[in-house]
Design a protein around this ligand. Structure first.
Ligand SMILES: [Zn+2]
Length: 504
């Protein structure tokens, strides 16, 4: 369909302040770690209207809108928060310099709904909508069309959410204060998030000695796993998708226990926050055993594929003879026996489910990466849990498993971050449900998610602060398909104002 590039967002509905700010924001470069210009813009807007601002050491910004009551009156601290950076992704055929070019906005219609999107690039609705809501509220308080006289509002704008939450994790603890925090970084207008998983990613280094192959006539065989969907190691962990490393190590364990093989190398996975889609192993076997091996694999592979029918139907398990393979070194037989026992036993996927919230994973593990190096096998594991206690318990068990293997092992923590433990009955959750129902005559969905959010750090630093995360409908986030449902902006605005009035 034809789309027209638009220069202003004037007929987009209420509040017009939101759309004016949103338009301005799309003209300011703000890829992660390059937030200087957007921070200056917000700071200037606030100071122009007479509000105080503060920037902390990692360059988060806060705008303070104090209650206009005297010091005797009751006041309530509320924080409204968004992140200043955006994911900068573009289609290959598009000329766009994210360090200076304004985004080219257009509207599209899908099933009678109007959406705002950007030509060939991400739109930055994640999290430009949060910034625009905050600035619109600031403007309306300034011109007197909104008045929350008992509220001390802190408008918090963080840096570098998209690359690793470093703005939230390293923020100055004195930057904000309040009883409630509203995070404006969610993307569905009929559900609020009230909790998320924390995580621990660790790397294991297993020392070993390589051996020279004594029988040079053995054949090199490569077994590869491919065609899997993969996905996010938190958000997609409950989808019963195949993990290439788990499938591969299951096969190689079975082969190793039945045939006389010597393994050259094992490789798989890439990122710790992704379910591995590909993996392979190379091993040596007698020519005379090759047919028997193939018959054995033909027997077990259909059983394995059966496990993923419907969730990962394109799984490919291929067996190839590697001709002229020159690296004639291997693991020792004893070492590979123990290593494959360990990998075969290593838990993976959801470990437990939340007791009351249907479909919510409580604790999980992703066997993410394996590399064969000269004298070290390196592997990475990512664990997540809604509760700190469970995250630690899982780690203790994994350490026992590693210790019991008797292998020469060093464990290195890669990252560790707190959870935002969900409280389905917090006061803020109750008020939010009530306000939503009153406005829209419908129940809002209250959810926790199995991935990391900035709120995890706020809940860790300010354990008494109650929080929810909300926002209008955004689809295709982090990709050039990112689009914002125009009507949804007014809905969340209406809710936000009603909630603040209620807290007031
Ligand atoms: Zn975001």
């Amino acid at each position: 369909m034809e789309a027209i590039i638009i220069e202003n967002l004037k007929d987009f509905g209420e509040p017009s302040e939101f759309w004016q700010y949103f338009y301005e924001i799309t003209r300011i470069p703000r890829c992660s770690t390059y937030e200087d210009k957007i921070r200056e813009y917000i700071k200037n807007e606030a100071e122009k209207l007479g509000f105080q601002t503060e920037v902390d050491k990692i360059k988060n910004l806060v705008v303070r809108i104090p209650s206009n009551r005297d010091s005797e009156g009751n006041k309530l601290g509320v924080v409204l928060q968004s992140h200043m950076d955006m994911v900068c992704e573009k289609n290959e055929n598009i000329q766009h310099d994210f360090s200076k070019d304004p985004l080219k906005l257009k509207t599209i219609e899908i099933e009678n709904e109007r959406w705002l999107t950007a030509e060939g690039t991400t739109l930055g609705a994640d999290n430009g909508v949060g910034i625009a809501y905050q600035l619109a509220i600031m403007k309306k308080i300034h011109d007197g069309s909104l008045d929350f006289d008992t509220l001390n509002l802190d408008l918090l704008f963080t840096v570098d959410e998209e690359r690793g939450l470093s703005g939230a994790s390293q923020m100055d603890k004195n930057l904000i204060s309040g009883k409630y925090l509203l995070n404006l970084d969610s993307e569905e207008d009929d559900r609020f998030t009230i909790g998320c998983a924390g995580g621990r990613v660790f790397k294991v280094e297993v020392s070993y000695e390589r051996e020279l192959l004594s029988n040079q006539n053995l054949k090199a065989i490569k077994i590869s796993i491919s065609g899997l969907l993969g996905g996010h190691s938190g958000g997609d962990i409950n989808k019963k998708r195949g993990n290439a490393l788990k499938i591969l190590t299951e096969i190689i364990w079975k082969i190793n226990s039945k045939f006389n093989i010597l393994v050259n190398s094992l490789e798989g996975g890439n990122l710790t926050n992704a379910i591995p889609r590909e993996a392979h192993v190379i091993f040596f076997i007698e020519q005379s055993q090759k047919n028997e091996l193939e018959a054995f694999l033909n027997e077990i592979i259909p059983n394995i594929k059966n496990l993923y029918e419907g969730t990962d139907s394109n799984l490919v398990i291929s067996i190839d003879l590697v001709r002229d393979f020159t690296d004639k070194t291997t693991f020792s037989k004893d070492f590979q026996n123990i290593l494959f026992d360990l990998f075969y036993l290593l838990p993976n996927g959801p470990i437990s489910l939340h007791p009351t919230s249907e479909g919510l994973v409580h604790t999980s593990l992703n066997f993410a990466v394996v590399h064969t190096l000269e004298n070290i096998i390196e592997f990475k594991v990512s664990t997540r849990s809604l509760e700190q206690y469970d995250k630690d318990t899982l780690f203790e068990k994994l350490k026992i498993l590693l210790k019991m293997s008797g292998l020469d092992i060093i464990i290195k923590i890669v990252t560790i971050y707190p959870s935002w433990p969900p409280n389905f009955n917090s006061k803020l959750t109750e008020i939010s449900k009530h306000v939503y129902k009153n406005l829209f005559d419908k129940d809002v969905i209250i959810q926790a998610i199995h991935a990391g959010l900035e709120c995890a750090f706020y809940s860790y630093y300010y354990p008494d602060m109650e929080m929810i995360s909300l926002g209008p409908n955004v689809l295709g986030g982090h990709s050039p398909d990112e689009r914002l449902k125009i009507k949804s902006v007014a809905k969340i605005w209406k809710f936000l104002i009603a909630l603040l009035q209620n807290l007031n």
